[in-house]
Design a protein around this ligand. Sequence first.
Ligand code: NAD
Length: 317
Amino acid sequence: MTIQALQKSASSIRRAAVIGSGVMGAGIAAHLANAGMRVTLLDVVPQSLTADEERQGLTLADAKVRNRLAAAAVAKMGKSQPAQLYDSSWAARITPGNLTDHLDALGEADWIVEAVVERLDIKQQVLAVIESARSPGSIVSTNTSGLSAASMAEGRSEEFRRHFGVTHFFNPPRYMKLVEIVATADTSPEVVRLLTEVCEKRLGKGVVLAKDTPNFIANRIGTYGMLVTLADMLAFGLTVEEADALTGPTMGRPKTATLRMLDIVGLDTLLHVVDNVRERSSDSAEQAVFARPALLEQLVAAGRLGEKTGAGFYRKI
Ligand code: NAD
């Protein structure tokens, strides 16, 4: 079989599609656009109108409503992207939309990045949609924090699986230098080479090749360290601010070291990550470490998901 990626170099990746316009998808789209790629940023079609949309007399059929999620992400990124890091025209290279109406963008993309919610079933559904719409030879990668890439691609064609791997960006993508690249047993070495070249040469990242194990490398270490800190600190009756102060500058780490960082990550995403490791581990000690912290469950149940909902560990963000 011809692996069309063989003929590609990093500079030949001109069009990208990013699916999922949340915390990570929006940031990845901005970073790819800043590197000169034309990017389509896609999300789901909203299920209900906002009060503002109702006031304007819009309906669920209006394009403005159907594309609302991705468009809002681009607008938000436009306000928060640091001018000193990004060229002034990056936002103009991003076209926001919804996945259902914009499957043609997947057919035109050289590289498709999946960045939807951290659930295996949803990611499998999205990969099936990508398979039905992409052009043969295009690269597909997932930004999963640590789900099994091989399981995600189960049921997809051999051609798809050869062009599929993990590009795990860290949050926020504009500042975090690391990208973990993970190949499955089916991923072509040429695809790994191409993704590595794109991440290093065009996106300015440092790449670590990780195995397809639960949570790869960085999140396994990071989640463990942060959760133990979190559980220990708060169980002793410390405040959220005190916990951050103690695990931040006093230890030579940034002010946003632990709980503030988790608010940026998203507490719902963190719960998914913890669950994924626990459910995939056969080691009882590891399962105990990755038990759901009660406080985290309470905050998520109360809709305090972190920065994305305006409150998390911190009441107001
Ligand atoms: P998020 O909850 O902020 O955003 C997910 C987005 O996906 C939402 O906008 C949602 O509407 C959209 N979505 C859900 N189902 C969809 C579908 N079927 N089609 C299209 N869009 C769909 O999540 P996030 O934090 O951006 O995480 C995205 C991925 O990146 C996850 O796999 C996560 O584990 C990973 N990740 C997150 C972080 C982090 O710090 N938040 C860091 C690294 C990796």
